[in-house]
Design a protein around this ligand. Structure first.
Ligand code: HEC
Ligand code: HEC
Length: 759
């Protein structure tokens, strides 16, 4: 490709020229606002490995780690040469740094800042931020081409990929991704890292297949989009990742099936992607939403595999890591919840999957065809024991050095890096390097972190000596369905009926966080976060957090409304009540996704639509049900005491209909008892006859599908329902499709910065 060579030559000339010019400019210290970026001295250096998005990166000479401290808004540089394992410095980036890459010449790091909508460029020589590049909404994953000439950034809120030219540190192209929440990125290192490369971008939340639908084990599929480095105009292809047999069986007698019906799960929460020997590997939290929803048969631990050349899923490649733990006879068993990242050795076929919720690495190995299998280590005469390496709290990223002797694991909650000795047998953690400061014990920040920890943990081990409090054998965490406190977009067959996981950003008012809380769930069956103690015990199989006084024994008297569950005797973490900490974190720290329309020109076409849409929202009286800063009018406006002061109505179905706070339910024409999906855990009619609890519209466009049963894939569809759109008592306002289109633009614009509309 001569034109490409010319292009490269041209670039090198420019680089040299600019380097010369900037060296003539004196000793100008780069500042955070400056746009004049010092350029890499050896711009032609080629990366040794394919680049992938990760919160931790290692330099090609194995000497330096760059770690994104998401909760602190900083990155840390850590010297790991010769096992120095010493933190060098911490540098402020933007808010919620998520992924980081290092140029092969070790001159710069690029960091995505999810909440700021920027990419920070860090000069690794002077250890200072050079500039912030504005990209799209909620940039998450980032990866570099092998020559580091370009960075590809997945903007999860705006549904785009920004292409950054690293010579000018500016966005040179933006590609639309026709999926939901583009997130993980990986780039090939073909032809010795020169010429055309391919960029792979994951869609975080899977969507229904054409013939499937929400709520079905095989009804949705994962997607990976393919971009060519030589064509910025279009998507080159889409790789679909299908549902697979999980290796687990469910008792589906209540649904007309057998008591050992094989279950399937579809890949979901495609956080990251790693390329190795012509294959792409995607660890993910697979979803098996058909009832009964309980541990063993709900969230699974998949590693999906695709064939790079064929651009399709590798036949027989995808595995369920949980299935390997199932066959283990050695006890105690620890399932490997929320596979979030993976890395492979360079000179061998061994790799390690990061299980974010279970705080371990799972060792895997690839056969000649690239098919993974979980490795066992003989232990106490048992050859079935899955090979696990214990790391820090909530690990979310991993890199392996080029010498294949060390793995470095980023731990999100303990804010440190686990240094794992890969030469040892079995592999073991060698050191822990603190990457960012932990909050002062006893402080509010410490309480939020403790709540964050419990929410993301499948284990639940406590000072009191209690174990398995959050789930059965580490099966799952709250975060398995509520990643970062939000929603996995799955419609689960819960006890009261098919229910989309509700994001927790709208549970408390972001403007009055001390009091203003929603009545909970689509059927108003709960009114306190602590009521989810029943989910820990009933769905996740954990022993729970509410205990009998002076013991670690679960208190059996836990009910939805009476007695109230807040302020109960509970286990402790860092000196805080376990539930108190989860509530505090949910109230004050669950982020609302930034709208794709944040910052649009109010006088532009979209801006004008938003202004009109807001008027239509008000005119149609949507605020009667979706008003206030929660964008959900119903709230707990009564005292939670015993005896319980509110009327609790049972549904029309036989047991187990949970009691409903019927005062808050609204009939909006979304319940069809004849629909075969509307079944409760006993295959009887689901709750819905009395109506539903109006959900929050805060950042709503980030959480398709819509309605309790996922029956609408788009906001346009939501507004086509005439009963619902006229439920505010005003008719005719939205009959015109153009008005509905404007209202949709307003709905997309609603995020934590939008001025609320009060009822
Ligand atoms: C298997 C998936 C799953 C797991 C695990 C899970 N949830 Fe949920 N969550 C859901 C679904 C589905 C809903 C909606 C339920 C409904 O409407 O009946 C929900 C609703 C909620 C709500 C209601 C929010 C609102 O504003 O109405 C809260 C709070 C909540 N979950 C907290 C938790 C906590 C805390 C945990 C861990 C102890 C947890 N969830 C574990 C799927 C899950
Ligand atoms: C009388 C109360 C009421 C009014 C008025 C109302 N809604 Fe709703 N809305 C609901 C209920 C209840 C649901 C949940 C229905 C379900 O899940 O089956 C809902 C669901 C939604 C959803 C889907 C949210 C999700 O997470 O699934 C959107 C979007 C929405 N409404 C927008 C609007 C707009 C825009 C208006 C004004 C045109 C409006 N609503 C008027 C009660 C209302």
């Amino acid at each position: 490709m001569p034109s490409k060579h010319l292009h490269l030559l041209f670039r090198v000339v420019i680089v040299v020229l600019l380097a010369f010019l900037s060296s003539c400019g004196g000793s100008a210290q780069p500042t955070s606002t400056s746009n004049s970026t010092p350029l890499p001295e050896t711009a032609a250096t080629i990366a040794k490995n394919p680049s992938y998005s990760s919160p931790i990166a290692i330099s090609d000479d194995d000497s330096l780690l760059v770690v994104a401290n998401t909760l602190n808004g900083t990155i840390s540089l850590i010297n790991v040469a010769g096992d120095a394992n010493a933190k060098l410095t911490e540098i402020q980036t933007g808010d919620e740094p998520r992924s980081v890459v290092i140029t092969p010449n070790k001159a710069f790091a690029y960091v995505t800042n999810q909440a700021s909508g920027t990419v920070s460029v860090i000069d690794l020589g002077s250890q200072a931020k050079v500039t912030d590049i504005s990209v799209g909404g909620e940039p998450y994953g980032i990866a570099l081409t092998p020559d580091a000439s370009r960075a590809y950034v997945a903007n999860s809120a705006s549904g785009t990929v920004s292409i950054i030219d690293t010579a000018s540190n500016s966005v040179v192209a933006t590609i639309s991704i026709p999926g939901v929440q583009p997130r993980g990125v990986a780039i090939t290192n073909n032809n010795g890292g020169t010429g055309q490369q391919f960029v792979y971008v994951t869609q975080f939340l899977s969507q229904p297949t054409a013939s499937g639908g929400p709520g079905l084990d095989q009804g949705s599929e994962g997607k990976v989009f393919v971009i060519s480095s030589t064509d910025d105009a279009q998507i080159q292809g889409v790789i679909t990742l299908a549902a697979h047999d999980t290796g687990f069986a469910a008792d589906r007698t209540a649904f007309g099936g057998s008591d050992k019906e094989p279950t399937f799960a579809y890949p979901n929460q495609l956080q990251s992607i790693v390329l190795k020997n012509g294959r792409g590997y995607l660890p993910n939290v697979a979803a098996s939403p058909e009832g009964p929803v309980k541990f063993n048969v709900d969230t699974q631990a998949f590693l999906s595999v695709f064939d790079v050349a064929a651009k399709s899923e590798l036949s027989g490649g995808t595995i369920n890591l949980h299935a390997a733990v199932k066959t283990q006879t050695f006890t105690p068993k620890l399932f490997v919840a929320n596979p979030w990242a993976v890395a492979f050795k360079h000179a061998s076929n061994d790799g390690y999957v990061v299980s974010a919720a279970s705080d371990v690495l799972v060792k895997i190995t690839l056969d000649d065809n690239g098919v993974p299998s979980v490795v066992s280590v003989p232990a106490e005469g048992d050859t079935t024991r899955v090979s696990l390496v214990e790391v820090g709290k909530n690990p979310r990223g991993i890199v392996i050095n080029n010498a294949d002797t060390r793995a470095y694991v980023y731990n999100f909650i303990s804010k440190d890096v686990s240094v794992v000795d890969l030469s040892a047998s079995p592999e073991a953690e060698l050191a822990r390097v603190q990457s960012a400061d932990l909050p002062a014990p006893g402080s509010d920040a410490a309480k939020f972190l403790a709540g964050n920890e419990l929410f993301h943990s499948s284990r639940g081990e406590f000072d009191e000596g209690a174990t398995e409090r959050m789930s059965n054998e580490g099966w799952q965490a709250c975060a398995s369905c509520h990643p970062d406190g939000l929603s996995d977009g799955v419609v689960w067959a819960f006890a009261s009926g098919p229910r989309k996981s509700i994001p927790l950003n709208g549970t408390f008012s972001p403007q009055n966080q001390t009091g203003n809380q929603r009545v909970l769930n689509y059927s108003a069956v709960f009114d306190e976060l602590e009521d989810f103690e029943l989910n820990i015990r009933g769905v996740s199989g954990g022993k729970g957090l509410i205990v009998l006084q002076g013991t670690a024994d679960p208190d059996p008297n836990v009910k939805a409304f009476d007695p109230p569950n807040s302020g109960r005797e509970q286990l402790h973490i860092g000196g805080f009540g376990a539930w108190d900490a989860i509530v505090a974190w949910t109230q004050f720290r669950v982020p609302s996704p930034v709208s794709a329309h944040r910052g649009v020109d109010p006088n532009g076409e979209v801006g004008q639509q938003i202004v009109l849409g807001r008027q239509l929202f008000t005119q149609a009286n949507c605020q009667a049900c979706h008003g206030g800063a929660k964008w959900s009018t119903p709230q707990v406006d009564y005292a939670r005491v015993s005896p319980f002061p509110e009327t609790i109505t049972l549904g029309t179905a036989p047991e187990p209909p949970a009691g409903q706070l019927s005062r808050f339910l609204q009939l909006v024409g979304t319940f069809d008892p004849a629909n075969s999906i509307e079944k409760n855990a006993n295959n009887a009619q689901a709750l819905g006859q009395l109506g539903f609890n109006p959900p929050s519209l805060l950042s709503i466009s980030a959480f398709p599908p819509y309605f309790h049963n996922g029956s609408c894939l788009t906001l346009e569809c939501v507004l086509e329902n005439q009963t619902h759109r006229e439920a505010g008592g005003v008719t005719g306002v939205l009959d015109d499709p153009a008005s509905r289109a404007a209202l949709v633009q307003f709905l997309i614009s609603i995020d934590a910065t939008t001025e609320p509309i009060n009822p």
